[in-house]
Design a protein around this ligand. Structure first.
Ligand SMILES: N[C@@H](CCC(=O)N[C@@H](CS)C(=O)NCC(=O)O)C(=O)O
Length: 205
């Protein structure tokens, strides 16, 4: 979670390989890397392999922002505690593998870390062990605040120019997450409840 927070803050997208407890992906990681410690990041731009939130976040800020990790993003005992607490509040949803059919191609999820609706989708993608490209559409300005249908600013919504939000807005006429695309079936869906139903129907066994 802390790594994904940093990725949202840095506006970076990543391919996620979920490794829930008891699943095939964690066994494969152990085989390939000789360790099942998570989180683990492979950066294909620099060919670096990093393990542990602190090392990964430091790498991300050094490589993609040329700076030290800001105070607000540093891994601390308090942050780990609150992160664990939020998992407990969700009864550890998204931590254990459930029987699933594999997907031939990775799915695509538009999301940002603190979105409660996206969290539900991420949890299920993890339980089903479905790899996905996580595209972060974090909020960048005051005008982005509020739900898509009830923005807190007055007047038509205008995302920041040349941003991923602007590209999404041009394509869909709004910016709302979660949004899921499945290249395996051609499905493209808004609405967390519909996405959850779709994933269960298509991939849960
Ligand atoms: N009913 C939708 C609500 C989704 C929603 O409100 N998403 C928020 C983020 S949590 C959003 O897209 N806000 C607009 C924005 O971020 O620009 C669902 O269940 O997916």
């Amino acid at each position: 979670r802390l790594v994904r927070e940093a990725l949202t803050g840095l506006n970076l997208d990543v391919m996620i390989m979920p490794c829930p407890i008891g699943g095939r992906n964690i066994r494969q990681l152990q085989k390939d890397a000789g360790s099942d410690q998570l989180p683990a990041l492979f950066d294909s731009n620099s060919d670096d392999r990093l393990v542990g939130a602190e090392a990964i976040i430091s790498h991300l800020y050094k490589t993609y922002k040329q700076c030290e990790v800001p105070q607000s993003m540093r891994v601390s005992a308090k942050k780990l505690r609150t992160s664990r607490m939020s998992s407990l509040l969700r009864l550890n949803a998204g931590s254990k593998a459930r029987a699933s059919s594999p997907a031939a191609q990775p799915l695509v999820l538009y999301s940002f870390e603190s979105s409660p609706f996206s969290r539900i989708v991420r949890e299920l993608l993890c339980e089903l062990e479905l790899p996905y490209l996580l595209i972060n559409l974090g909020k960048q300005q005051r005008a982005d605040m509020g739900p898509a249908k009830l923005r807190l600013n007055i007047g038509p919504y205008e995302p920041i120019k040349n941003s991923k939000r602007e590209a999404f807005h041009k394509q869909h006429g709004n910016v709302q997450v979660p949004y899921l695309e499945d290249p395996n079936t051609g499905a493209a869906l808004f609405e967390s409840a519909d996405i959850v139903d779709y994933l269960k129907r298509e991939y849960a066994r």
